[in-house]
Write a protein that binds this ligand. Structure first.
Ligand SMILES: CC(C)(COP(=O)(O)OP(=O)(O)OC[C@H]1O[C@@H](n2cnc3c(N)ncnc32)[C@H](O)[C@@H]1OP(=O)(O)O)[C@@H](O)C(=O)NCCC(=O)NCCS
Length: 170
């Protein structure tokens, strides 16, 4: 087998694997397609561009078979990892991609020295709340009418022990 065939084989096996990449400009058009069907108040293109140069943030893109299938970000605020967004393409949900994305984000945040993590989620977003609970986040407060688009309440969740947190085996 010549060198060219080796390259083709290696690329094919990599394509089957879910992998995570730091956000690049080229990911943004595909992200916007997922975003518009995932959030009732979608982030703008500019919001994602701001994540490209965020010095205190981690923003990862999930790639499956060469396609962008999800993304998520955290801001690193003193010693707290704030989850700012996470979404998976509708047709790829309930296959564990969201969980794997959360594990990548939390492990990387922990590696930078973050000791806890927090997030806000719409009170009606039962699926996301269940996912966060699986990671040890607990509901600590409700912010009444927090979301301007429909005045929905936000649920505030905290994971207090990120520094000793072990990622669950999936
Ligand atoms: C929330 C979201 C990212 C989850 O991604 P996903 O790849 O489907 O999640 P996973 O397959 O890894 O599921 C993880 C766990 O979350 C929970 N979960 C996820 N979606 C759920 C749903 N629709 N109903 C109930 N539980 C759900 C389950 O506990 C699930 O584990 P299980 O499949 O073993 O039961 C995805 O539903 C999404 O993109 N939603 C729209 C955007 C959004 O709401 N983001 C969160 C904003 S705070």
């Amino acid at each position: 087998m010549g060198p060219a065939a080796n390259v083709v084989n290696r690329d094919r096996s990599e394509m089957k694997t879910l992998r995570f990449e730091p956000l690049r400009e080229g990911h943004i058009p595909a992200i916007l397609e997922i975003e518009k069907v995932s959030n009732t108040a979608p982030w703008s293109e500019k919001s994602f561009q701001n994540e490209l140069n965020h010095t205190h943030g981690i923003f990862l893109v999930a790639i499956l078979q060469g396609d962008v299938v999800g993304y998520g970000g955290v801001w690193l605020v003193v010693d707290e990892a704030h989850v700012t967004t996470i979404a998976v393409a509708e047709e790829q949900r309930r296959q564990g991609i969201g969980q794997k994305l959360m594990i990548e984000l939390l492990e990387r945040a922990k590696a930078t020295g973050m000791v806890c993590s927090t997030l806000e989620v719409r009170a009606s977003n039962v699926g996301a709340i269940k996912m966060y609970e699986k990671f040890g986040y607990a509901i600590t407060a409700t912010r009444k009418g927090y979301y301007p688009d429909n005045k929905e309440d936000a649920v505030v969740m905290w994971l207090y022990d990120l520094d000793s947190w072990e990622s669950p085996s999936l």
